[in-house]
Design a protein around this ligand. Structure first.
Ligand code: IFM
Length: 769
């Protein structure tokens, strides 16, 4: 990889080609707009090629014994080039030069290649592509081919294929393929279980007329075959303009029928209408419209970093690029997948990643987007009720992994091999990683702190808080011997520990969730009367408030032991300590699985990711300063950071603790999760929560942004080797620009309401404008 091309801080580049290592770049160069993401698979395809086009919300269950997942939809990226009868392939003949770039500022990916075929025909090729931020349905491609040492015959096969699968599971049925007036190719299909109709259209335009042009319909593939005779030095430009539509698209959705339409004619007609307009436009015009939207995004959202290493800046912009393409900001029927939509990893499912790792970024830069994400949870209440009742609880027990709104729990039952038994390991998270319900309550609280949005509370927030608290009230278990409520048999954030009791993170967040619901019941009659009217119809809210008050006071909250260490769970401090240096110094992640089974790891004092550290990060005032520092150091030394969620949160806390070198090291680890030298790390998609973490490192860590009940504060923790960090935020309707240098923090009010915040310990009032 190459990260220092001009303009510095904007270009992600790959300068060598390896046919066995193409999948990582397909993920990190993925393009999209929140509606669709398309992996940046090379047109001609290689051993490692994994083409992918994913559209938000099109979930489907390919087989009855599989869980629902985001299907890999028909592909438009494949193009074949036959030069004098030889197929263009960079691993054949001679590759004389190769450079592939993603320009984060415009969203365009480019590849330039000089290649000589085995028989000696030399070509220069330039490939360009983007997915439009201006019109979410459109993806466009441009290829320029110039023979440089002889005249050639070039045959191009290009169109639409529905041969894609999700590692073998085929979601899309073979559908109707036909050519429309004007040479537009159209492929219709639908998902086999959820019955979501999908249309894909494609129009080719050429700078020279093909000598022959033929539509070819094969099984699951519809291509145009175009033949050209090119003179030496003559450049042929091919433009491929495509568009996707599905029955789940917002315009086909009316409230109450959130699944959209299953009528393929409606979907086909929308695609026909858009594709017909391709005749009057071209790649450059479509790109310009999209790039303008990207420019507007960067003008508001850029986080500028001046440091001694330009990779610090690039890593941040790379995160912001993906944060922008992973979210459908206007659709609260869909969440954000753990890989965004850049690959089939984690099946497109949403986790606690949304509230804890991504929400702070969206909330402080585009509160409406954060509201959409909470809207997705609110609309998912039917699935949470289903899970609670299946498990014998009340209220909303949110799924650990979520897909479509009423799917309920969709965590798969089995995953990779157990090194001892040789069998698939069971996935227990779907059953016992339960803190997600409390995390969502935390998300509601944070949203309200940052926005004061009473309308949201009235319509959705109160209901979420009440239903979540009802779940926890039914979940906590009274213990006669200790005379307290405990929460047994869970997995906390640290997934190397299962079937644990009293995970501190879970217990503290549970009490927090109960407290918020209790307060909400108190305030509802005056502040949120609609919510009060609705919920008091269903429940005796006074009785519920009394129950919550009683239970929350009696839930066990782990305290520091004689050494000042807060037990992560009841078992942790009694586990076997082993030398972890081999795993701490690993190149990739999860190498401990090569030596220990999950059951064995459960007996070792080793953590996968931030757990107690995460608790201290989101509730910094729980313990005194000395206890916080002591616990941070204790748990970090036992943490392998085998989850992409870990380094970023440790960075924030390290910065707060004044551990400058460690904080910067953690930041650089966080930006290397997808951009680092491990070429297989992102094959199945980028790590979306890590992108939110990267933003948190700088804004919450180095600029010390903390949110409190009713307030926001900033504190300067800029690393010594950085000269400046600058970014925009929105807090309670005030648009602020923050600049952090070693001289201090400057906050400029950019518009909106007046606001009071705390900067380096000093309360300041910022008047509007
Ligand atoms: O939610 C995370 C979890 O904390 C660790 N494993 C991966 C999940 C998805 O990112």
């Amino acid at each position: 990889m190459k990260y220092d091309l001009e303009p510095r801080g904007w270009i992600v580049a790959e300068e060598t080609f390896d046919p066995c290592r193409t999948a990582k770049c397909e993920s990190i160069f993925a393009q999209g707009n929140g509606y669709i993401n398309i992996r940046c698979a090379l047109e001609e395809g290689y051993l490692d090629t994994y083409r992918g086009a994913f559209i938000t919300g099109t979930f489907n269950k390919a087989m009855p014994d599989e869980v629902t997942e985001l299907p890999n939809l028909p592909d438009v990226t494949a193009m074949e080039f036959i030069v004098n009868g030889e197929r263009f392939a960079m691993d054949q003949g001679t590759l004389q030069s190769y450079l592939r770039t993603l320009d984060l500022h415009t969203g365009e990916a480019t590849r330039t290649v000089q290649w000589k075929s085995p028989a000696g025909a030399a070509l220069e090729l330039t490939f360009r592509r983007f997915v439009s931020l201006d019109n979410e349905h459109i993806a466009a491609f441009s290829v320029e081919v110039t023979p440089t040492n002889q005249d050639i015959e070039l045959v191009v096969n290009s169109g639409i294929s529905t041969r894609n699968s999700n590692t073998g599971s085929q979601h899309c049925v073979e559908g109707e393929m036909r050519m429309l007036p004007g040479g537009i190719l159209r492929l219709m299909t639908h998902t086999n279980e959820s019955n979501v109709p999908i249309s894909v259209h494609c129009l080719h335009k050429f700078s020279a007329k093909p000598s022959e042009s033929l539509p070819v319909i094969e099984r699951r593939r519809f291509v145009g075959r175009y033949t050209f005779r090119l003179a030496k030095g003559q450049t042929l430009r091919i433009e491929k303009l495509t568009c996707y539509h599905t029955g789940r698209d917002l315009p086909f959705t009316v409230y109450g029928q959130q699944r959209g339409t299953t009528n393929p004619d409606i979907v086909a007609a929308a695609g026909d209408a858009l594709a017909a307009k391709f005749a009057d436009t071209g790649y450059d015009a479509l790109l310009a419209a999209s790039a303008k939207k990207w420019a507007a995004y960067w003008a508001e959202q850029d986080v500028q970093i001046e440091s001694d290493d330009s990779f610090d800046q690039l890593g941040m912009r790379f995160a912001l690029y993906h944060l922008n393409i992973m979210i459908k900001r206007d659709d609260d029927r869909v969440g954000i997948g753990a890989k965004g939509m850049t690959g089939e990893g984690y099946k497109g499912h949403s986790f606690w990643d949304t509230e804890m790792f991504l929400m702070p970024y969206y909330l402080l830069t585009d509160p409406a987007a954060a509201k959409t994400l909470l809207g997705y949870r609110w609309r998912s209440l039917p699935g949470a009720f289903k899970k609670a009742s299946e498990n014998g609880y009340q209220g909303a027990m949110f799924p650990w992994e979520s897909a479509w709104l009423d799917d309920g729990e969709v965590t798969p039952l089995y995953c990779g091999a157990d090194i001892v038994t040789g069998k698939s390991s069971p996935v227990l998270t779907g059953m016992i990683e339960q803190h997600i319900s409390a995390d969502i309550a935390w998300g509601v609280w944070l949203y309200y702190q940052a926005t004061g949005d009473d309308d949201f509370m009235n319509r959705r927030g109160c209901e979420l808080l009440i239903e979540i608290a009802r779940f926890w009230a039914s979940r906590v278990e009274w213990q006669d011997d200790t005379q307290r409520y405990e929460i047994k048999n869970v997995i906390g954030p640290d997934e190397y520990k299962d079937h644990v009791d009293n995970n501190a993170f879970t217990n503290y967040l549970t009490v927090f969730a109960m407290e918020q619901a209790e307060r909400c019941i108190k305030d509802m009659p005056t502040q949120w009367p609609d919510a009060y009217a609705k919920l008091s119809d269903s429940y005796d809210l006074n009785a519920l408030a009394a129950e919550l008050q009683d239970k929350k006071a009696k839930v066990y909250l782990p305290q520091p032991n004689a050494d000042g260490i807060v037990p992560q769970n009841a078992q942790y401090l009694g586990l076997d300590a082993i030398d972890l240096s081999k795993y701490k110094n690993q190149q990739g992640v999860s190498s401990i699985y090569e030596d220990y089974s999950p059951a064995q790891m459960n007996q070792l004092m080793v953590s996968k990711q931030a757990d107690l550290v995460m608790l201290m990060r989101i509730m910094p005032d729980l313990f005194d300063a000395e206890t916080r520092r002591k616990n941070f150091i204790f748990y970090e030394s036992r943490t392998l950071h085998d989850s992409s969620l870990s380094h970023g949160q440790h960075c924030v806390l390290a910065a707060w603790e004044g551990l400058d070198d460690m904080a910067l090291d953690m930041y650089r680890h966080a930006i290397a999760i997808d951009l680092g030298p491990n070429m297989k790390s992102s094959d199945l998609g980028i790590h979306s929560a890590s992108m939110g973490n990267v933003w948190q490192c700088v804004v919450c860590g180095f600029a010390g942004l903390e949110w409190h009940e009713g307030g926001l504060s900033l504190r300067n923790h800029l690393p010594a080797s950085w000269q400046r960090a600058a970014f925009n935020i929105v807090w309670r309707g005030a648009k602020l620009h923050v600049e952090v240098t070693h001289a201090g923090i400057t906050v400029t009010h950019r518009g909106g309401s007046a606001v009071e915040i705390t900067v380096d310990g000093q309360p300041v009032k910022l008047a509007a404008e």
